[in-house]
Every structure is written in C-alpha cells, then in structure tokens.
Design a protein around this ligand. Structure first.
Ligand SMILES: CC(C)(COP(=O)(O)OP(=O)(O)OC[C@H]1O[C@@H](n2cnc3c(N)ncnc32)[C@H](O)[C@@H]1OP(=O)(O)O)[C@@H](O)C(=O)NCCC(=O)NCCS
Length: 220
C-alpha cells in the first residue's frame, strides 16, 4: 500500500463521483443521514484548493474538505470519509492532521470547528487540541446549520433552536494559548468528557422522544 495525501486540484475531478457515492453509502450504513454533496460541489472545492485527497497509487482511499463561515472567522473540516477498504489503519487520523496543518497555514486566524457523533473523529480532534463546546461557541451562520437539514436528527436541532443536538461541537481556537496538541493525560481526560457528553445526549434524546410520544411539550 502506497498512500499519498495531497491537496486536490482539477487533475482529481475524476474522483468526485466516487467520493460522493462513498459518503452517501456510509451514511446509509450508519443510519445518520448526512448533508448531501454533489460531484460539482466537490470539484469546486478542488478548484479552490480546499479539498484533501488520499490516494493509494491511483485508487481513492480518503477525502475531506474545508468550508469557511462568517467571512472566514470559522473554518470547518467536512465530509471526512475513508474508503471501507482503508479503514482502521490510521488513515482518517493522517487526513485530519494534514488538513488541520494546511488550514492553520492557509487561514491562521480562523477558529476551526466540527460537529460530530463519531468517536473516531472526536478522538482525533482532541489530539489536535479541539475542545468540546456548546453550539453557541460555533458559527451563527444559518447556511452552516441548514447543512444539517438532511440529517435524521434535524428535528432535534430545530426543537432546541440550534443550541444543541446529538452531535458534539468541538472547537480549536488559535487565540487560546493552552491549545498545545493533546497527548497522553489530557487526551484520556477528553475521552472521558466526550463519552459522558454522549451519554447525556442519548438520555436527552430518549427523553424528548418519550415526551413527544406522550404529546407533551417540555424544554430541557
Ligand atoms: C470514521 C472514519 C473516518 C474513521 O476512519 P479510519 O481511517 O478507520 O480511522 P483511524 O484508523 O484513523 O482511527 C482514528 C482513531 O479512531 C478510532 N476509531 C476508528 N474507527 C472507530 C469507530 N468506528 N468507533 C470508535 N473509534 C474508532 C481508532 O481506533 C483510532 O483511535 P486511536 O488513535 O485511539 O487508536 C471512517 O470509519 C469513515 O469514513 N466512516 C464513515 C464516514 C464518517 O463517519 N465520517 C465522519 C463524519 S463526522
């Protein structure tokens, strides 16, 4: 296996279709629903040099792209996908480290954030120095939150006025001096925090589901 991670360009247009299909199929397997991407959108990201591609020689292995919000005050790494044939060998971690370092060079002032239910992504984000934060710390750009419309949990997000959902928000703030890369101790602390957060969210989700089943309105 000879996997190369590169900033995608027009030379990689041919992969756009496979990237979209792999993201779509993985979302079906996870049962999560996901913001829908078109091959044209992915190609546009390649044009802007805001897409990262992992290739095993010429075979598609992984992908992630950059989106900017609020005039570049915030940057998100979206659409992370590792082809099923290449999972479990540390490729997502390599892609995320690559795109993180690339973003820090390209947009040094930007706050970098993500929202995810995926433990793998939470682990990697923690290593990179992201902290779990409430959604109020993330972008207020409605277009970003509109991207959640195709997620199966969108009704929960809406019912909480975009303040919380099953995803955990994680933020890297370049102005935070304590942002050194997390290794050993702090990393295991963050894992505990994240696991705890997820449990709370599951309970909240079940509670709000039961409440609506009983036709009662309750704000948590
Ligand atoms: C999630 C995904 C990107 C992980 O890719 P990967 O290359 O297999 O991940 P890595 O091998 O780099 O693993 C990184 C870390 O996450 C852990 N991990 C990987 N998959 C995991 C899973 N399904 N559940 C829990 N932890 C997981 C690994 O053990 C590793 O942890 P470690 O550093 O403590 O050893 C891949 O499974 C995927 O593409 N899934 C479908 C799309 C998706 O969920 N995207 C994320 C949207 S937010």
């Amino acid at each position: 296996m000879n996997i190369n991670i590169v900033v995608a360009t027009e030379d990689h247009y041919q992969y756009a279709e496979e990237i979209c299909e792999t993201i779509y199929q993985s979302a079906i397997v996870r049962g999560t629903g996901i913001a829908k991407r078109t091959p044209e959108y992915i190609q546009n990201k390649m044009d802007q040099r805001q897409a990262i591609l992992a290739l095993d020689n010429s075979k598609f292995a992984g992908f992630c792209y950059i989106e900017k919000w609020q005039n570049g005050e915030f940057v998100v790494h979206s659409g992370l996908i590792v082809h099923p044939d290449y999972r479990g060998i540390g490729l997502a971690k390599k892609i995320k480290h690559f795109i993180f370092n690339y973003t820090r060079k390209k947009f040094p002032e930007a706050k970098i954030f993500g929202i995810t239910t995926g433990l793998a992504v939470m682990k990697i984000n923690s290593e990179l120095g992201y902290k779990p934060v409430p959604f109020s710390e993330l972008t207020e750009d409605q277009d970003f939150w509109n991207g959640c419309k195709t997620c199966t949990n969108f009704n929960i997000l809406q019912s909480k006025q975009n303040k919380m959902c099953l995803c955990t928000g994680m933020l890297f703030d370049p102005k935070n001096k304590k942002n050194s890369l997390n290794r050993s101790d702090t990393n295991s602390f963050d894992k505990k925090v994240i696991t705890h957060l997820n449990k709370i969210k599951e309970i909240l989700h079940l509670k709000s589901k039961n409440d609506s089943d009983n036709s009662q309105i309750k704000t948590i």
